[in-house]
Design a protein around this ligand. Structure first.
Ligand code: ATP
Length: 475
């Protein structure tokens, strides 16, 4: 159980020191919202990716009917015909309201800023809070100051910036500002990166980097039905990069502009959709626990009706699987969304492409557009959750060790000759050569045995083999 607290700075610093994650383009001052994975980070992320692919595609779980699920994998193109994003609702719909601060020049997502307001209906004042006690106190004091009273009683309420009428924006105290009324009104901001295909350029050749891997799956639905002998219900899975020009990338790799997703679109009959929705919510949470995230750090949260994505409609919903990250604690942040998408996507692609996208059930002699349950997980965010879960402050001189589930640990074992003589290096080398054929293992003969253990503790290596005097005697 991880109850010990630590700051993100400490984790980011370990990640850099031990080669998990580096800022992208660091020698040029970096680039906001982009990260490079070092040798240990790449192994960790690949292990999480491979565990997901194995458990979802090669060996999927047993369904509610006692039969193993049927899921096939694809790898679709990052750039698609731009019409895809009109049909999906991303062009036009995939926007976040944002506000700029005239004083600090910072930019914020309006739906992420929370404020407290005094109870004065007319001429109400608002002050920004960050969800922690300290900023709450600061906001209360600010409001009291503007009210010209000693302290604010209990008569205030909290709300999202997006709920404040725009004519009241001149009465908001923004984050880290000295002046009142420095925030602009919320404006829409397109999150998709665009690019130009071909040499000639121009708007006609404009295309987009995909903001999610899901659409590539819907585009290939008929290809899979026609070639793979699958029967509804079945799933299509994909892992890959997605790009979003996030307004405020932050919290390390939690919100970045280039990241990886692991998505399944589960196609089923409308009548069975609710049952599958419940199945996937339960199963996906269980899976994260299997990867080593503890129950107390995970929670399920149902979206409120005003948060529902553009595809959601009556009867459809979204459950977020949330993790207690150090920067959200005691609250939680989204790790994966399990969405009941209805038949929105397949219907929209039918409408926009003019092609028939549906399924014929031979046994029931029925043709229909399947409904979709979508477990959509962040591979990058999942890697961050695993790093947070593993980080364990320690009394010994190394101060910290990483406690990974062996299945996802970047290095599975280390081999140390106790001393670099007496035949120990020869035995250790032989063991290393044998083990490295099957596992990621490291040979380390440098410095004291304590230092070597400490290095492996920080890398989160679950096993160490020491070749010592006993080994020489009894092997
Ligand atoms: P948020 O509300 O945090 O912006 P979202 O609800 O837009 O996320 P989805 O569109 O449901 O996210 O994407 C599915 C998953 O992709 C998320 O649960 C998350 O793990 C991951 N993800 C989304 N945006 C980012 C990002 N900018 N950086 C890293 N991972 C992300």
């Amino acid at each position: 159980m991880t109850t010990t607290t630590f700051s993100m700075e400490e984790l980011v610093s370990l990640c850099k020191r031990r080669g998990f994650i580096f800022p992208a383009s660091e020698i040029y001052g970096g680039i906001n919202g982009f990260w490079d994975y070092g040798p240990l980070g790449t192994e960790l992320k690949n292990n999480l990716r491979d565990a997901w692919w194995h458990d979802m595609v090669h060996c999927p779980p047993i369904g509610p009917d006692g039969e193993p699920l049927s899921i096939v994998g694809i790898d679709s193109s990052i750039i698609q015909n731009p019409k895809v994003w009109e049909a999906s609702g991303h062009v036009g719909g995939f926007n976040d309201p944002m506000v700029d601060c005239r004083e600090t020049k910072s930019r914020y997502r309006a739906d992420h800023l929370e404020v407290i307001a005094n109870s004065n209906g007319e001429g109400r004042m608002y002050a920004f809070i960050e969800g922690d006690e300290e900023s709450f106190e600061r906001a209360r004091k600010l409001l009291a100051k503007y009210e010209k009273i000693d302290s604010l009683g209990d008569e205030y309420s909290t709300m999202l910036l997006t709920d404040i009428p725009t004519d009241a924006f001149e009465r908001i105290v923004g984050p880290n500002t000295k002046e009142v009324g420095t925030l602009t009104e919320p404006r829409q901001f397109s999150l998709m990166f665009d690019t130009t295909v071909g040499a000639t350029g121009g708007d006609d050749n404009k295309a987009y980097l995909r903001p999610e891997t899901a659409q590539g799956i819907f585009l290939n639905f008929m290809n899979i039905v026609d070639t793979m002998r699958v029967k509804v219900p079945f799933g299509i899975a994909q892992i890959g990069k997605a790009f979003r020009n996030e307004v405020t990338p932050r919290n390390f790799i939690f919100r970045s502009r280039e990241f990886e997703q692991m998505e399944i679109e589960w196609f089923c009959h409308e009548d069975e959709a609710q049952q599958w929705y419940e199945f996937w919510c339960d199963y996906r949470k269980e899976w994260w626990q299997k990867m080593g995230l503890t129950t107390e750090n995970l929670q399920m949260r149902q979206h409120d009706s005003d948060e529902l994505a553009h595809y959601a409609k009556d009867g459809c919903g979204t459950f977020d699987i949330e993790y207690k990250f150090p920067f959200t604690s005691p609250g939680y942040g989204e790790l994966e969304g399990v969405a009941h998408r209805g038949n929105y996507d397949l219907s929209r692609h039918t409408e926009f492409s003019g092609k028939k996208i549906n399924y014929f059930d031979q046994e029931k002699n029925e043709r229909y557009t399947p409904h979709v349950i979508e477990p959509s997980a962040g591979l990058s965010r999942g890697t961050l959750a695993l790093l947070c879960e593993a980080y364990t402050p320690d009394d010994r001189p190394s101060k910290v060790f990483m406690k990974f589930n062996p299945r996802i640990a970047p290095i599975k074992a280390a081999i140390f000759p106790l001393v670099n003589k007496n035949g120990m290096p020869e035995i250790a080398t032989k063991l290393h050569e044998e083990m490295r054929k099957k596992h990621v293992v490291q040979y380390d003969a440098k410095q004291s045995i304590g230092k070597r253990y400490a290095r492996m503790d920080e890398a989160g290596t679950p096993y160490c083999f020491v070749i010592d005097g006993d080994t020489l005697e009894d092997n």
